[in-house]
Design a binder for this molecule. Sequence first.
Ligand SMILES: Nc1ncnc2c1ncn2[C@@H]1O[C@H](COP(=O)(O)OP(=O)(O)OP(=O)(O)O)[C@@H](O)[C@H]1O
Length: 361
Amino acid sequence: MDNSYKIKVQNVTKEYDLYKSQAEKLRAFFSLRNSTVPHFWSLMGISLEVKSGETLGLIGVNGSGKSTLSNIISGIIPQTTGEVEVRGDTSIIAIGAGLRGNLTGLENIRLKALMQGLTNPEIDALMDDIVSFADIGDFLYQPVKSYSSGMKSRLGFSIAVHVNPDILIIDEALSVGDDTFYQKCVDKIAEFKDEGKTIVFVSHSLKQIEILCDRVAWIHYGTLKELGATKDVVKHYREFTKWFKGQTKAEKKHFQRQMKANQKSFDIDAYQQQVTEERQQAEPNDSNVAAEVKKSFYGSVISEKMSWGNRILTLAVGVLFVLTCLVNVSGHSLGDVLQHPSNIVHPETVLHDANKTSAVK
Ligand SMILES: Nc1ncnc2c1ncn2[C@@H]1O[C@H](COP(=O)(O)OP(=O)(O)OP(=O)(O)O)[C@@H](O)[C@H]1O
């Protein structure tokens, strides 16, 4: 087994259906025809590895797919295609990630730590450290929904770094804290690095990226534009942002529209074909390449879309449920409801019929 990496992401894509309303989503679910709802590919085939003990930075303009990728790595959302291998426990720190708004800070600490596999005595032993690092005073006893984003970030950061994960995923959590807290976080991250832990660090602050990251991945409108040494990738990214800022307003809009249009028209089958052909060229003697690529695309993916079999089953269960409710409410037998459904709507007819029957008797 190759032990050099902690995280491996291969040919990962993420597709979203852009429904305009819940009703449209429901219509598409039961529609026999192919849905005409537009699709958007937030990620269009990302492959990268994060080595053990490495800090990898993720940079890119707003909406480029950094959070989507870090959420897929953390297991918060599933990928549409591709393989994700994570060796070890991950702890994600995003502003408020995984915090329950109706629970207090204290309750959230216990819940998140339990979810991370800690026992109650272990949590009791850690509680003072978590509380003192978060430093949010009496807000600890208030529901998290009343917190500012800075407070959520403090609490989330404190929990995540104290539950001792192998892999830490930090998504923009440092951008909202004040200077003192920011420095405390940077020191804690440095401590993690010294302990040889693996970190994925998402940030718009190139300064933070330069200080903390060994390598950087530049995510550009759903694609991996560049992966390499921090100073090289940051330099190229700065050149891009400088070029972009130099464009007129209309040119900027045109560029962004073009990029988004590419993400809407992305063809997953063509991408799979391209990966297959590349592999076939690299390994001409392997006759199994097409099947292997297919497996690597769809083998480890839990489909978010229901198969037709499941849809029919769901519909049948739904109909049965409604019938059962009607039987209960109307007082008729199931056989009667099935034979004379109108009896439920016009109960007097049944009453009338029943009276007639007893009169004859
Ligand atoms: N649930 C969703 N439904 C539809 N589109 C989504 C959804 N979540 C994210 N997206 C789209 O996917 C793209 C990538 O979003 P993501 O949040 O990963 O970008 P980002 O690089 O983290 O952005 P930022 O720097 O602003 O945080 C965006 O265009 C976003 O609008």
